[in-house]
Design a protein around this ligand. Structure first.
Ligand SMILES: NC(=O)c1ccc[n+]([C@@H]2O[C@H](COP(=O)([O-])OP(=O)(O)OC[C@H]3O[C@@H](n4cnc5c(N)ncnc54)[C@H](OP(=O)(O)O)[C@@H]3O)[C@@H](O)[C@H]2O)c1
Length: 384
């Protein structure tokens, strides 16, 4: 029985991980689960999976959770300290499905503990990728990428050691809901339109990131750290059907591609059962029924967030953390109808052009960079 701690259990990735646990009850048990605010859903998860530890964002949430679970015998912890304690528990696998920069500190704590970490939270790798990977290597923590594109590349690289290093890695992008929109048409799009992704069912923040293509930029930075590959050997292309998730190019001209239906249970099942394979509950992929698979270059003028992320990746230092913080602030403002869709990229660009504190590699320095860039993003909103 594999004991699992699920950070961000109440989100979309959490739903998919719990679906797999329910399908394989003799193989997985839920030891701990966290939520930020959704006490009702976390209580429901506790009733269904009987974990020993729950973590919720604040005291108000703890009171609601205790009231909803009068017979719960385990511990209920609160806030970031609670998440850090959750990361110290003796489990076979931590799944990190918290959204945003809030996932960084618990991801670092999981990386410092050893064992296996299935990492869905991409913002941790963007903000502090070198630090996270070094910590994981020093403590023999195996990082299993949950993001479908990185999971694809991880699978493709199995057994490709020594001189068989990849020449290039290509990630695919569906193009999101505005793939065929002009910039003028994007000017008027609403949060409701932006979160309605054509192929994937995801949380609000990543859905907006997919619509701006910042998501693909964050994923290139994620791949740069996960696979220790130089920025100029990484690319992203449009593939509207989301069947091919990643491609690895080798010196001899061979290009390996991983395919799967656009369902997060596919990469999650791989991470959760690794190195085995389990039934993910996904219908077999029928390529003849699927028919055509299309590929196209991404127009950086149409999707400037991708170019901004690529520039931040090449610049290194504090730039990726600043990009991530400015983007999180701008996406939150867009979802609250405070700024327009195109102003997300404008805000990130404005913040990246400002001076900021340097990255000295530790978590406190990254927190300072994050806070400073968020403040600069908010100051920029006032000028709009
Ligand atoms: N969804 C996908 O298909 C997908 C694919 C690849 C990668 N990812 C990555 O996986 C992560 C999760 O995505 P998602 O779509 O599952 O997000 P989501 O549906 O918004 O769920 C986010 C989870 O994180 C918790 N959370 C939110 N803010 C928090 C905070 N400040 N501190 C602690 N916990 C917090 C939420 O709790 P509450 O419910 O209580 O708010 C929820 O459990 C993201 O980094 C995303 O980029 C997602």
């Amino acid at each position: 029985m594999k004991r699992i701690s699920l950070f961000g259990a109440t989100g979309t990735i959490g739903d998919n991980a719990l679906d797999l646990m329910a399908r394989h009850q003799g193989r997985f048990s839920l030891f701990a689960a966290s939520a930020e605010a959704n006490a009702e859903k976390l209580a429901d998860i506790a009733r269904r999976f009987n974990p020993s530890l729950l973590v919720i964002g604040d005291e108000k949430g703890r009171i609601a959770l205790s009231a909803a679970l009068p017979d719960f015998k385990g511990d209920i912890l609160v806030g970031e300290q609670g998440l850090l304690q959750m990361a110290e528990q003796d489990v076979a696998l931590n799944i990190m499905a918290i959204v945003g920069f809030a996932g960084l500190a618990p991801s670092l704590a999981c990386a410092a503990r050893g064992g296996a970490l299935a990492l869905a939270n991409k913002e941790a790798l963007v903000a502090a990728g070198a630090h996270l990977m070094t910590l994981a290597a020093a403590n023999k923590t195996q990082i299993l990428p949950v993001d479908s594109e990185h999971n694809a590349v991880f699978q493709l690289l199995q057994g490709q050691g020594g001189a068989a290093q990849p020449d290039n890695i290509t990630l695919t992008a569906s193009g999101g809901p505005f793939r065929e929109f002009t910039r003028a048409a994007m000017q008027k799009v609403t949060p409701e339109q932006a979160v309605a992704h054509p192929n994937w069912s995801m949380g609000a923040k990543i859905s907006v990131d997919s619509a701006t293509m910042m998501n693909k930029g964050l994923e290139l930075i994620e791949a740069h750290h996960l696979f220790a590959i130089a920025p100029d050997k990484l690319d992203a292309i449009i593939h509207p059907q989301s069947i091919v998730h990643g491609l690895v190019h080798f010196a001899d001209g061979s290009v390996l591609a991983q395919k799967g239906s656009p369902d997060m249970r596919v990469p999650l099942a791989y991470c959760m059962a690794y190195p085995d394979r389990i039934d993910a509950g996904v219908a077999p992929l029928d390529l003849t029924a699927q028919g055509r698979l299309d590929f196209a270059a991404i127009d950086r003028a149409q999707f400037p967030c991708l170019a901004l992320a690529e520039a931040a990746m090449r610049a290194g230092g504090a730039a990726p953390a600043r990009l991530n913080a400015a983007n999180e602030a701008a996406v939150a403002a867009f979802l609250e109808n405070r700024i327009g869709f195109l102003q997300i990229a404008e805000t990130v660009d404005a913040v990246l052009q400002k001076q900021g504190c340097n990255d000295s590699g530790d978590i406190e320095a990254v927190r300072a960079i994050d806070s400073e860039a968020r403040a600069q993003a908010k100051a920029h909103f006032d000028t709009l």
